[in-house]
Write a protein that binds this ligand. Structure first.
Ligand code: UD1
Length: 418
């Protein structure tokens, strides 16, 4: 298993490019199941989760392959409607084939994704919404068996914001008979990206970027070309990398509006941040203050940036209270950050970070989930000596060559294969 070694103490400077969004690319790729033909995508990141999606699409009968800077998906005669455990287990987003398969073929057998390090992450809201659209569901041997003659529109009110649930039901409703209204829909930019692709394919979805989506079902969709939006979580991670070392880093090819909750909190903490159309720069900073953060659905502070922001706050003057409101068990990085000599206490969903500039000391640590791995690397950038992060396969699921990007900014980061 690969490990990443960070030699702390370098100040990061320069420009770094944002890759395509993982969380957009996954639903976009599953949306190809909604019609036959050839899709051309641009800006699909080169990640483990994309490989897992290609494998799952391949299993169902859709062929996906990279061709230079394009990513082509060819769909014809999807005959298998079963997403097996082995493939969904690797990546929860595999559940996103439920909506498209059900809408197009009237049948889907999809493995329950099971638990996950950051919480139980059930799919009850996905399933309840499919029932509103007329699907008959049955759970057998760890699989959801979904069947319907023809989905019909309905009114769905999510009792909590769910990104994947919103995406799944949108993909089901676009081919349903009649109108579907989704209330309390997730407004994450990745949901909007999906809506944009589907509308290009001939879907009739109104309300993009809002929490009420109106979907008029259509008979048929056709393939389309689409460029994936930049990855706001990667962009935020790179911005924090510059910030934590006190350096000046410009993150290019990002959408500053997608990162406003982060940049607002960073400014509150004392950073000088400027942005242009598609770049954000964090300027040199000698010291910053503790800042409280509560994660929330978009446009609130992203849970996927909580661990990285916590690393930044270990270097602040004063105390920060970080509240995780989305997932019940997303503080596993606390213990690992404390192994690096951070001073963080946590109870259930609240962590108290007692900041002190300097003070972190390199140590062997273990990545526990995707974003936690990034936070340990960020902490390693300012820890005295060497930090060795094990289990970086978590990182590879969602960051495109992060160590190379950090290296290009002047960090001493390397990967040990094995
Ligand atoms: C997506 C993102 C993930 C991000 C999360 C929250 C992808 C591939 N992943 O995950 O990176 O951290 O949004 O922004 O896009 N819930 C239920 N029942 C359900 C569905 C969700 O109780 O049926 C709960 C979850 O356990 C969680 C909360 O709702 O506590 C939000 O989850 P959700 O928005 O669905 O996350 P994902 O789509 O899985």
């Amino acid at each position: 298993m690969d490990r990443i070694i960070v030699q702390g103490g370098e100040v990061l400077n320069g420009q770094v490019h944002t890759s395509g969004s993982k969380n957009s690319a996954l639903p976009l790729l599953f949306a190809t199941l909604l019609c036959d033909g050839k899709f051309i995508f641009k800006n699909i990141p080169d990640l483990k989760d994309i490989d897992s999606t290609r494998e799952l699409l391949g299993h169902l009968g859709a062929i996906a392959a990279r061709d230079g800077d394009k990513y082509i998906v060819s769909v014809k005669d999807v005959r298998d409607h079963r997403a097996p455990y082995d493939l969904v287990r690797k990546m929860r987003a595999g559940i996103l084939c439920l909506g498209p398969l059900l809408a197009r073929y009237g049948e889907a057998i999809v493995s329950l994704p099971g638990g996950c390090a950051i919480g139980t992450r059930p799919i009850d809201k996905h399933l309840d919404a499919m029932k509103v659209l007329g699907a008959e569901l049955d759970i057998q041997d760890g699989y959801v068996h979904a069947k319907v003659k023809k989905l019909r529109g309905g009114n769905i009110v999510f009792d909590g914001v769910t990104v994947g649930g919103t995406e799944n039901v949108i993909m089901a409703a676009v081919l349903a008979e009649g109108e579907t209204i989704i209330e309390n829909a997730a407004k994450e930019p990745e949901v909007t990206d999906l809506v944009d692709l589907l509308n290009k394919m001939g879907a009739k979805i109104q309300g993009r970027t809002t929490s009420i989506l109106k979907i008029q079902g259509v008979e048929k969709l056709c393939p389309a070309e689409h460029t994936v939006i930049p990855d706001r979580i990667e962009a935020g991670t790179l911005l924090i990398a510059g910030a934590i070392t006190g350096g000046e880093v410009t993150v290019t090819n990002c959408v500053p509006q997608h990162l406003e909750a982060l940049t607002f909190k960073m400014r509150e903490s004392g950073f000088n941040i400027s942005s242009e159309a598609d770049t954000i720069t964090v300027h040199r900073c000698k010291g910053w203050n503790g800042t409280d953060v509560t994660t929330a659905p978009f446009p609130g502070f992203a849970t996927d940036l909580q661990a990285q922001f916590m690393a930044l706050m270990t270097q602040a003057e004063g105390t920060s209270i970080i509240t995780e409101s989305i997932f019940e068990n997303r503080f596993m990085h606390v213990q690992e950050l404390n192994r690096l000599n951070a001073n963080i206490a946590h109870r259930t969903q609240v962590a108290v970070v007692r900041g002190r500039k300097g003070g972190l000391k390199g140590a062997p640590v273990m990545a526990t989930d995707l974003r936690a791995s990034a936070s340990l690397i960020l902490a390693g950038l300012v820890a005295e000596g060497e930090t060795e992060v094990a289990r970086v396969y978590h990182l590879d699921r969602g960051y495109e060559r992060l160590e190379k990007k950090l290296e290009s900014l002047g960090a001493k980061v390397s990967r040990i294969r094995g």
